[in-house]
Design a protein around this ligand. Structure first.
Ligand code: AMP
Length: 213
């Protein structure tokens, strides 16, 4: 089964994708994570996209489509969760073509519905463990009182360069302008389901599992 998690920045796509990886053995393909890894390791592509990402704008379609194509080859036979991809209609068409060329297709597109007002608070409150990548949020899932990651015990936490209010506003605008047309696109393909992304993490998970069952 292959699914897309669709939703605005801070909507909980990454959190739910990680749960599906753990519980169902699916493969998470997050273009944001791939781009951040390229940026951190200082590859030519990483250097090229760094400023665009920090500003909250979208990188060009060709770059992310190539990243996804590479990962589909590497993880051939896997069940994929597309997290943060596609973000434009051109990317959606490319994904369709890539999956078709592998003899497979998308089964579900899950839109995580959230209220904009909650997003900026969510995003400026979040951090990740610098070692295992476990996500935390000062509001919904604080770092344990002893200051150590509950998963790996590490005490170093990181915040994303684009998790600030200014970049967030630009990311939200990019979502409405470029990505939200995908809701209609996938609805027309009869693939779209929507869940309440502002519910408790466990409840969102249950709603997603309901769609997949
Ligand atoms: P994310 O971690 O999904 O919020 O992505 C972080 C940033 O990476 C975005 O604000 C964009 O600059 C870039 N990015 C990630 N995925 C895409 C995509 N599918 N298309 C264009 N830019 C992307």
């Amino acid at each position: 089964m292959n699914i897309v998690l669709l939703g605005p920045p801070g909507g909980g796509k990454g959190t739910q994708a990680k749960i599906l990886v753990e519980e169902r053995g699916m493969v998470q393909l997050s273009t944001g994570d791939m781009l951040r890894a390229a940026k951190t390791s200082g590859t030519a592509m990483g250097n090229k996209v760094a400023a665009v990402m920090d500003a909250g704008e979208l990188v060009t379609d060709g770059i992310v489509i190539d990243l996804i194509a590479e990962q589909l080859d590497k993880n051939s036979g896997g069940e994929f969760i597309f997290d943060g991809f596609p973000r434009t209609l051109a990317q959606a068409d490319a994904l369709d073509a890539l999956l078709t060329s592998k003899g497979t297709h998308l089964d579900h597109v899950i839109e995580m519905q959230v209220d904009d007002k909650a997003l900026v608070n969510r995003i400026t409150a979040r951090s990740t463990c610098g070692s295992c990548g476990e996500g935390y949020n000062e509001i919904s899932k604080p770092i344990p009182a002893n200051g150590s990651c509950s998963k790996c015990g590490n005490t170093d936490f990181q915040r994303r360069a684009d998790d600030n209010e200014h970049s967030f506003r630009i990311r939200l605008m990019a979502y409405y302008k470029e990505t939200s047309p995908l809701i209609g696109y996938y609805h027309a393909k009869n693939l779209l389901s929507s869940v309440d992304g502002l519910a408790e993490i466990k409840q969102v998970k249950e709603s997603i599992l309901n769609v997949l069952s």
